[in-house]
Design a protein around this ligand. Structure first.
Ligand SMILES: [Zn+2]
Length: 370
C-alpha cells in the first residue's frame, strides 16, 4: 500500500490546530483566506511589519479578535491578520481541508545501468524489467535491502537498495521547507559493525494512546513508527538483529514493550518519542536513561545525535520511566524534537532527518559497544 506522509509546511500553510496554549485553544476559531494574497503582520495595524503572506485557501487558527483584526501564530510568533478577507470554517470543513494537507512522496533514483526490477525482495525472484541509471521511481516500501517501487500502469516491482539513492520530493509547490543542514553522512554500508547485536526499537504510543499532540493536530504516535523503521533499516545494514515493539497503529502497553525486550537476548533497548510543550519555543533532542549502562548508552547516542543532526541538543537526563526501569538491557528513551515547535516539526518530518537520526543512533551504538 502506498504510504504518503503528510508534511505540514508551517510558515506557509498556517497552524491548522494549535496545541492548547493557556486555555485559549477551546475558543480558537478556524478561518480560511478568501483573497489572493493576505499580509500577516506583527501587530493589528496596517503600518505594522509584514511577517509573511497567506494565499487563498490557507487556514488560520484565530485566538482573539480586535478592531477588525484577528490574532494567530505565525512561525511560532504572535501575528495579526485583517479579518476582512477571512471566511470562518465549521468543524467539517476544517477536517476536509486538513485531509488535503501537503503530501510528501519518497522516491529513489537508480545509480547503475541495467538494474534488474524483480517481482519480489530478493535475487531469487524473477526479473520483470530493467532500469537505467538516473531513473527515478516512487518508493512504496523498504524491506531489508530491497525497495518496492511503483511502475507504470499501477504495477510494482523490487530493486536492490544498494543500486539506488533515496530522495525526498516535496510536491507542495511551496519551497519554504527549512533545509536540513546537509552534513554529509558516511555511506550507509558498514557491514558487520553491529553483527550479533540484538537491538529493540520501541516506537512510542499507538492506537488509543496518541502520545503528544503537536501543531496542526499531528499525533506523536504517527511519527514514531516511520523513524523507527528508518533506524531499523540502518541498523540491519550494519549487521544488527532488530525487533520493533510496534509495527502499526495499535496499542502496546509499557509492560508489553519491556516484556518484548526481555524476551530476547537484547543488547540495547531504544524507545523513540517526540516531545511537546505548551510553550512554542521549547525545542531540541533529549535522551533519557535510568540504569548505569543506560547512562553510557545515552552518552554515546546523544553525542552522536549532536554531531549528526541540526536540532538543538538538550543533553541527557536520568528519568524513572517504566520502559527504562523494567528492561533488562541497557535502555534509553530519545525525545527526537518538539512537535509543538514549528522549526523542529518541519525538520522532524523530512526523510533527511530520519536518515540523520538513523545514522546517529547506529554510530552511537557502535561507539557504545566498542
Ligand atoms: Zn512520547
Amino acid at each position: 500500500m502506498r504510504t504518503f506522509r503528510p508534511i505540514i509546511t508551517i510558515g506557509f500553510i498556517l497552524l491548522v490546530l494549535l496545541i492548547p496554549i493557556s486555555g485559549h485553544a477551546e475558543s480558537a476559531k478556524t478561518y480560511e483566506v478568501s483573497t489572493g494574497v493576505l499580509n500577516v503582520r506583527s501587530e493589528p495595524s496596517l503600518n505594522a511589519n509584514t511577517l509573511g503572506i497567506l494565499t487563498k485557501g490557507n487556514q488560520v487558527q484565530v485566538f482573539q479578535e480586535q478592531y477588525g483584526w484577528v490574532q494567530t501564530y505565525y512561525q511560532g510568533k504572535e501575528a495579526w491578520i485583517a479579518k476582512h478577507h477571512l471566511i470562518p470554517l465549521d468543524e467539517s470543513q476544517v477536517s476536509q481541508v486538513k485531509q488535503a494537507t501537503v503530501l510528501s512522496i519518497e522516491t529513489i533514483t537508480i545509480t547503475a545501468d541495467g538494474v534488474n526490477i524483480r517481482s519480489g525482495p530478493g535475487e531469487e525472484y524473477p526479473v520483470i524489467g530493467s532500469a537505467s541509471s538516473g531513473k527515478t521511481y516512487e518508493l512504496i516500501h523498504t524491506e531489508g535491502s530491497w525497495h518496492k517501487v511503483s511502475l507504470k500502469g499501477g504495477k510494482t516491482g523490487w530493486v536492490a537498495s544498494k543500486l539506488t539513492n533515496k530522495n525526498a520530493v516535496n510536491n507542495s509547490g511551496n519551497s519554504e521547507k527549512p533545509k536540513v543542514n546537509a552534513k554529509t553522512l558516511s555511506p550507509t554500508k558498514q557491514s558487520g559493525s553491529l553483527s550479533d547485536r540484538h537491538i529493540v526499537l520501541d516506537p512510542g504510543h499507538g492506537g488509543r494512546d496518541p502520545g503528544a499532540i503537536g501543531l496542526g493536530g499531528i499525533y506523536e504516535k504517527s511519527l514514531t513508527p516511520p523513524i523507527a523503521n528508518r533506524v531499523a533499516d540502518r541498523l540491519r545494514n550494519a549487521g544488527a538483529n532488530v525487533t520493533i515493539t510496534r509495527e502499526g497503529d495499535y496499542y502496546v502497553s509499557l509492560e508489553q514493550r519491556a516484556a518484548i525486550s526481555n524476551s530476547h537476548d537484547t543488547d540495547a533497548f531504544i524507545s523513540l518519542h517526540f516531545n511537546a510543550y505548551p510553550i512554542l519555543s521549547a525545542q531540541g533532542i533529549s535522551t533519557f536513561y535510568y540504569s548505569r549502562p543506560g547512562q553510557q548508552l545515552a552518552k554515546s547516542v546523544q553525542a552522536s545525535l549532536y554531531s549528526n543532526v541540526t536540532l538543538y541538543n538538550r543533553g541527557i537526563k536520568r528519568e524513572d520511566y517504566h520502559v527504562l526501569r523494567n528492561t533488562a538491557a541497557p535502555a534509553i528513551l530519545i525525545e527526537l524534537g518538539f512537535i509543538t515547535n514549528p522549526h523542529d516539526l518541519n525538520i522532524i518530518q523530512t526523510v533527511d532527518y530520519e536518515q540523520q537520526v538513523a545514522e546517529a543512533i547506529t554510530s552511537g551504538l557502535i561507539d557504545y559497544f566498542k
